[in-house]
Design a protein around this ligand. Sequence first.
Ligand code: COA
Length: 260
Amino acid sequence: MTFNNILTEDYGGISRITIDRPDKLNALNMDTISELHHALNQADLAKAIKVIIITGSGEKAFVAGADISEFADYSVSQGERLAAQGQAQLFDFIAHLSTPVIAAVNGFALGGGLELAMAAHFRIASDNAKMGLPEVSLGVIPGYGGTQRLPQLVGKGRAMELIMTASMIDAKKALLYGLVNHVTTQDELLPLAEEIAEKIMRNSSVAIAAAITAMNAGYEDGENGFEAEITQFGRCFGTADFQEGTQAFLSKRKPDFPGQ
Ligand code: COA
């Protein structure tokens, strides 16, 4: 697939995916959502890629939301389909990827932009970042998982206030709320994401995938997170990575995980 709205770069075990519509503040139109799906799928399937970093082009925005111009005249059924397709193709898809996904929030992350960052496994931000779910100011609600993931991340009361007031919070407040894990300067944002990626890459990718599955399970309908943990824990014992990790520890050497 040719990408017209995103840039991808693979280096040192990392796949960096940059949403690249800076003149529209990287707003997510349908083509961009589809390209992101393909790029993420490609990166997840590539053996050499251990961490995915998502960020936005330019100095102003991560993603300023879903592209309002695309859905302004939608009907009820079209609106419902837009949310369902987007969630399946991108937002749930990211949350369930077995390759860790870090959102490097480099400016406005609004509406679908914050929902994209929240679907990632965790987030870091630059000090100019502004985050919010302003959909009710447009007469609609977050449709890409925002009403579920924001309360999970910041607590129900804070999410209620943020969504009802359509307010933006700055990076400092996002850090205080636990919405982002770290805040740094704009220049240091990608180096920090890469430094964290390096730390992740030292560990077993199969164990990390199992941990993602177990952590997600607690938030899935009809799933018991503790049971999922037991299953995933047991599975690890059948992996070459477990053999390597335990043998390396017992031999007092660093592990060299085969990723299997
Ligand atoms: N959808 C479509 N286009 C968008 C967009 C979105 N979500 N967000 C920004 N853009 C476009 C603007 O229409 C403008 O395009 P134009 O130059 O062709 O007119 C361009 O990006 C620059 O945005 P602009 O509003 O001029 O920048 P600003 O610095 O004055 O304001 C924001 C920045 C983020 C406050 C403002 O763009 C905004 O409120 N965006 C919408 C946020 C939103 O409601 N998101 C949720 C959508 S569900």
